[in-house]
Design a binder for this molecule. Structure first.
Ligand code: SF4
Length: 364
């Protein structure tokens, strides 16, 4: 075994996942943790459990974070690369299945479809507001039936005659499910009907207008549900690939990205970070009408990162708020401006024209 590897961490709305890979891309350790509402503690726990079995001589030579909490996680562990989850999931799927053309990724609170052609992402889409095509749809119905999500999955697989559930939203699904229970439908048929309802929603909302072609890889937390896999196969009349590491593909892809980033020296802060006292504080940036709520991440009184701004002004800057506002005259734009020079220019140009409307430019 090599004595070094790469770390990927994926912080989502429901779970925090981590993977350590060898230089050849082989998974050495993986972990899937259900989040408990505190992403910093989840990242610390994830890091502690991932590194617990590593020998002291093992070195992490690169770190990449992804997921909705990627900036926060990146500051906590010291990420070298921070990538969105579309890129991370695609990288992992392509590593295992170079010919993949479609990735379905369904998590607890969001779901995405990624379209690939010739090994590159060419299109993607995600659910915007509706939870009916996500894992939380099944979670809420399983709770309503007083069973676990694993039971729902295994019982759904025994259904020979799935019930048609009107699943356009969780509220309609619940009332329809109660109605079907009252008129005597078998519970296993109702459960398989719920899986079909989720898949129908996903295909009609998230995949609307997308060219869905096999090979199709299904990943994310919901891919562990056999009923969902069966519903996709029946709806699309083709095979659905459930990859190894299906629950942690975002973290796996992040680790691969870290490994391919040709880093000379990692910013990884060490596994000891898992025991640090890390807190957050917030303030409102009033520099334009967006009034973003900026979160500062503080490790034992040291500011290690910021997140929450829509224009990128604060992210990655670890000086004090006051020093960042002392912008000075803006210099000429050059192709090699530092972050600070670019920031000076952006802020000074806005600050110097008080008679004009001040705006921030959202990054995404
Ligand atoms: S967009 Fe930028 S400048 Fe505007 S409030 Fe947000 S962080 Fe401040």
């Amino acid at each position: 075994m090599n004595n070094y590897g790469y770390l990927g961490i994926d912080v989502g709305s429901i779970s925090t996942n981590g993977v350590i890979i060898s230089p050849e891309g082989e998974v050495l350790h993986e972990i899937y943790l259900r989040g408990k509402g505190n992403p910093i503690e989840s990242v610390q726990l994830c890091l502690a459990q991932l590194t617990a079995e590593l020998p002291d001589s093992f070195r992490i030579k690169g770190v990449c974070t992804t997921g909705s909490g990627r900036i926060l996680a990146g500051a906590v562990v010291g990420a070298d690369v921070i990538k969105n989850e579309i890129s991370a999931h695609a990288r992992a799927a392509l590593h295992l299945y170079p010919d993949v053309l479609t990735i379905f990724e369904i998590g607890g609170q969001d779901s995405k479809v990624t379209i690939l052609r010739d090994g590159a992402v060419v299109d993607f889409s995600m659910n915007l507001v509706c939870a009916a095509g996500t894992g939380s749809f099944l979670d809420s119905q399983a709770r309503r039936l007083n069973i676990t999500i694993q039971e729902l999955s295994s019982r759904a697989m025994t259904s020979a005659n799935p019930t048609n559930i009107a699943g356009r939203c969780t509220v309609f699904a619940e009332s329809d499910m109660i109605h079907k229970q009252q008129i005597g439908h078998d519970q296993k048929d109702i459960m398989m009907g719920l899986c079909h309802a989720l898949v129908r929603n996903y295909l009609s909302n998230v995949c609307n207008g997308k060219e869905i072609k096999p090979p199709i890889v299904l990943q994310g937390g919901v891919s562990a549900n056999n009923g969902i896999c069966r519903a996709f196969k029946e709806a699309l009349q083709c095979d659905i690939i459930i990859p190894p590491y299906n629950m942690v593909m975002g973290a796996y892809g992040a680790a691969i990205i870290a490994g391919k980033s040709c880093l000379e020296k990692t910013k990884f802060r060490g596994k000891e970070v898992s025991t640090h006292h890390i807190i957050t504080k917030g303030f409102e940036c009033g520099d334009c009408p967006n009034n973003c709520e900026i979160i500062e991440i503080i490790d034992d009184d040291k500011l290690i990162g910021r997140t929450g701004g829509r224009c990128g002004k604060w992210e990655g800057k670890t000086g004090t708020r006051e020093s960042l506002k002392r912008t000075g005259p803006a210099g000429p734009v050059s192709g090699h401006s530092t972050d600070r020079q670019m920031e000076d220019k952006t802020c000074k140009q806005v600050d110097n024209v008080p008679d004009l409307i001040q705006i921030g430019i959202p990054k995404n």
